[in-house]
Design a protein around this ligand. Structure first.
Ligand code: ZN
Length: 259
């Protein structure tokens, strides 16, 4: 399957656009607006807004003030106001669905779309986005993990699959997942049931250190992570009275951390 020069150029345009307007987890209003429009333009069915997430299972959603500031900024930076309105309180995931009309498996691809809480380097000698003029214009938000590239790759995949729809069978779902940083975004999309019918699933991550032209594959646990809370409970004691009866929770937590 050949990828056209036009699409190669478009991938660069998409990636730089997402990079310039970086949006952290659950505030990807502009990013998702662009993704939804692009998928609709390709003729995909698109699910977005609250239907994508099981609301009460979303993790680490920013406060209402942060969301209220992010929405008008997204519109000012080119997001569709109606789409932003529908995404409301940070329901910023999107799912593209391509039904081929022929029997076959449901194949899912996942691309994450959020930026990091970072300031973009301003060195225009060595930092390529600054040098070429697509550095983040949103202070404190920068794509440092490559999810700008992931969003572009998802749209590139959608483009190629659309071009070859007649050769495909089954159904393809492309998941554009918000809030990957902090391991927050996937759970509520899974809880909403969108993955229940997926037979084959692929998730990807760019690894700049590998250099271009390499593909590393892994099953199940490749780049996987999870979160858990650990509590250390101690027993208070004081030097003047029975210090030997104390259990130092802070020291235990420090020892566990360094181990
Ligand atoms: Zn990442």
């Amino acid at each position: 399957m050949e990828i056209s020069d036009d699409l190669k150029k478009q991938l660069v345009v998409w990636r730089r656009d997402f990079h310039k307007y970086a949006e952290p987890g659950w505030t990807e209003f502009r990013t998702t607006s662009k993704i939804v429009k692009a998928l609709q333009g390709l003729g995909w069915d698109v699910i977005y807004g609250p239907d994508v997430h099981k609301a009460d299972t979303r993790m680490g959603v920013p406060d209402a003030e942060t969301l209220a500031a992010a929405r008008p900024r997204a519109v000012q930076q080119g997001a569709d106001p109606e789409l932003v309105e529908k995404m409301g309180e940070g329901f910023t995931g999107a799912i593209g669905i391509l039904k081929t009309g022929k029997p076959g498996p449901v194949v899912g691809f996942r691309f994450d779309i959020d930026s990091n809480d970072l300031f973009e380097p301003t060195d225009d000698e060595t930092h390529v986005p600054t040098k070429l003029g697509f550095a983040s214009v949103n202070d404190g938000a920068m794509h440092g993990c490559g999810h700008d590239g992931h969003a572009a790759m998802g749209l590139g995949l959608a483009t190629v699959l659309s071009q070859h729809k007649d050769e495909l069978t089954g159904t393809v779902k492309i998941f554009f997942q918000p809030a990957e940083e902090g391991v927050r975004g996937a759970h509520s999309m899974v809880a909403a049931g969108w993955f229940d019918d997926v037979d084959l699933f692929v998730a990807t991550h760019l690894m700049a250190a590998q250099g271009a032209g390499h593909i590393c594959t892994g099953m199940d646990t490749s780049l996987a992570s999870t979160k858990f809370d650990v509590y250390f409970e101690g027993v208070g004691a004081h030097a003047g009275a029975d210090p030997q009866k104390g259990h130092n929770a802070l020291l235990a937590a420090c020892a566990a951390t360094t181990n």
